[in-house]
Design a protein around this ligand. Structure first.
Ligand code: PGA
Length: 249
């Protein structure tokens, strides 16, 4: 049985006060959560939220890390900095990073290596745009994302990676992938991992679905065989919706 994970990606939202209030509200029902809950706030809020969440099993993730180790890279946050703050997880390759900040396969490969070197657990995001889906080229597209940034990893390292399949056309659009579309891609990803690392490893890797997950579609999406939980954007900013999504797993 793979662990189930629900991660809330807050993106560039909330004031510090709002972030603490939201975490406190999510925390209020933490004893009933049967799965791993992860919150991904903006960097400056990590320590305050770590304090707020002390004593619960809710974990934190950075939304990104630098592709360089340390040094003169103004404005960047390194994997080693996150590790030094005891932040356990980090998102790598979210489509908003790929699209707006032009993060290439090579840059993401560096980020994967650095996050693993410093003991972080990376949540690697992949997924196709609308045009690629219309052309029915999504399988080849996602396969390339995996091959270029992940499949150089050792067996030991790949087992620490969580994959989030997030079709770009479903992110923030209210248009989620159908449960069957999600299952088909998750199954495809697992097959590719199996071809590269063997079925034993492929069966262990957690694959999350992201893209317009809401309380009313979460249960069906999460009940698919290869869907091990979700990466939630917009709905994670509303405590009631996010708590319903957690309970839907
Ligand atoms: P969404 O975002 O749930 O608002 O579609 C998902 C994500 O970007 O991780």
């Amino acid at each position: 049985m793979r662990q189930k994970i629900i991660a809330g990606n807050w993106k560039m939202n909330l004031t510090l006060e709002e972030a603490i209030r939201l975490a406190a509200d999510i925390k209020s029902e933490a004893s009933s959560y049967r799965h791993q809950v992860i919150l991904c706030p903006a960097f400056p809020y990590l320590l305050a939220l770590q304090n707020e969440l002390k004593g619960t099993n809710i974990k934190l993730a950075g939304q990104n890390c630098a592709d360089r180790e340390n040094g003169a890279f103004t404005g960047e946050v390194s994997a080693s900095m996150l590790a030094s703050m005891s932040v356990p997880y980090v998102l790598i390759g979210h489509s908003e990073r790929r699209i707006y900040y032009h993060e290439s396969h090579e840059v993401l490969k560096e980020k994967m290596d650095l996050s693993l070197r410093y003991g972080l657990l990376p949540i690697f995001c992949c997924g196709e745009t609308k045009d690629i889906r219309i052309d029915e080229k999504q399988d080849a597209f996602v396969e390339k994302q995996l091959e270029e940034s992940l499949f150089h990893l050792s067996e030991d390292d790949i087992t620490k990676v969580i994959i989030a399949y997030e079709p770009v056309w479903a992110i923030g659009t209210g248009l989620n992938a159908s449960p069957q579309q999600a299952q088909d891609m998750h199954h495809f990803i697992r097959q590719k991992i199996s071809a590269r690392y063997g079925v034993g490893i492929a069966e262990k890797i957690i694959i999350l679905y992201g893209g317009s997950v809401k309380p009313d579609n979460a249960r069906e999406l999460f009940s698919q065989q290869d869907v091990d939980g979700g990466l939630v954007g917009g709905a994670s900013l509303k405590a009631d919706d996010f708590k319903k999504i957690i309970q839907a797993v």
